[in-house]
Design a protein around this ligand. Structure first.
Ligand SMILES: NC(=O)c1ccc[n+]([C@@H]2O[C@H](COP(=O)([O-])OP(=O)(O)OC[C@H]3O[C@@H](n4cnc5c(N)ncnc54)[C@H](O)[C@@H]3O)[C@@H](O)[C@H]2O)c1
Length: 268
């Protein structure tokens, strides 16, 4: 028996890194997974890996910065997989700049990918989560089970981080959105939580080469390691495990929580 048997999950940014690890973990626990990523090739690769392991998944390359795309993704998911019970808002990106060099373009791009996708996907999920729960309440007095939304913020939003004004503004807003939706959707037994990863080894935290859009300069990477109590960088699977706990019935009485997954990083 899996911890997510009979559940359908939509996971954004699931072609790489934390999202991919979460999609594979959810599928191994019995969920059917919509693997959403703006890059179609890594999304297809994740789906193949899940299918090769005996799981069920479908790819989506919708860019949910656009609301209509988010609505289309949910409609397709419900048509192909029957329903949607779990949403993991994981898509994210960095475009680091010292604040005095920040541009409107970098600000909007980072807020769009980190915050607007999460807003749009959560909104597009409402007919499948809130409305489904409401109908069950009318028919039998209570929702049949808990549905789950998990957001992704960052330790950088909790502690602040030089060079990430755009990113921390987006991730800070995610914290507020998590707490508000936890209140608003609680009566429908929709649990809303967020994970706050620390330093997880993915392309976002790889040693930054000159001219690359994402990554972290090597001296900063070394400094970050010194602040981690457990003295190792995190792995995507570490965050996938937290998403799994929050999405599973073991966390049915957990809502409105910001869960650092940061190895005891100072400031988290
Ligand atoms: N890696 C870390 O240390 C760390 C720390 C804190 C928070 N996070 C957050 O965790 C999440 C996952 O990050 P990661 O490190 O796995 O990054 P990653 O770059 O490895 O994976 C993110 C994926 O999101 C996809 N993506 C980008 N824009 C998208 C869009 N509009 N719609 C759908 N998919 C989109 C990318 O193509 C990529 O495959 C992000 O929200 C990130 O901000 C990461």
């Amino acid at each position: 028996m899996g911890r997510l048997d009979d559940r359908v999950a939509v996971i954004t940014g699931a072609g790489r890194g934390i999202g991919r690890a979460t999609a594979e973990r959810f599928a191994a626990e019995g969920a059917a997974v919509v693997v959403n990523d703006v890059d179609p090739d890594p999304a297809e690769e994740t789906v193949k890996a899940i299918e090769n392991a005996g799981g069920r998944a479908m790819a989506s390359s919708h860019d949910t910065v656009n609301l209509e795309a988010a609505r289309e993704m949910f409609a397709q998911a419900a048509e192909d997989l029957g329903k949607v019970d779990i949403l993991v808002n994981n898509a994210g990106i960095t475009r680091d700049k010292t604040f005095h060099n920040m541009t409107d373009e970098l600000w909007d791009f980072v807020l769009d990918v980190n915050l607007k996708t999460a807003f749009h996907c959560s909104l597009a999920a409402m007919p499948y989560m809130r409305e489904a729960a409401k109908q069950e309440m009318q028919a039998q007095g209570a929702p049949a089970y808990h549905r789950k939304i998990t957001f992704t913020t960052s330790v950088a939003a909790l502690a602040g981080n030089s060079g990430q004004a755009n990113y921390t503004a987006a991730k800070g807003a995610i914290i507020a959105l998590t707490r508000t939706l936890a209140r608003e959707l609680g009566p429908f037994r929709i649990n809303v939580n967020a994970v706050a990863p620390g330093f997880i080894e993915t392309r976002l935290t790889a040693a930054k080469q000159e001219g690359e859009d994402v990554g972290i300069p090597e001296p900063v990477r070394q400094m970050a390691l010194m602040l981690i109590a457990l003295q190792r960088y995190g792995q995507p699977a570490d965050v996938a495990n937290a998403h799994l706990f929050l999405a599973s019935s073991e966390a049915d009485y957990v809502s409105g929580v910001i869960l650092p997954v940061a190895g005891g990083q100072l400031g988290a």
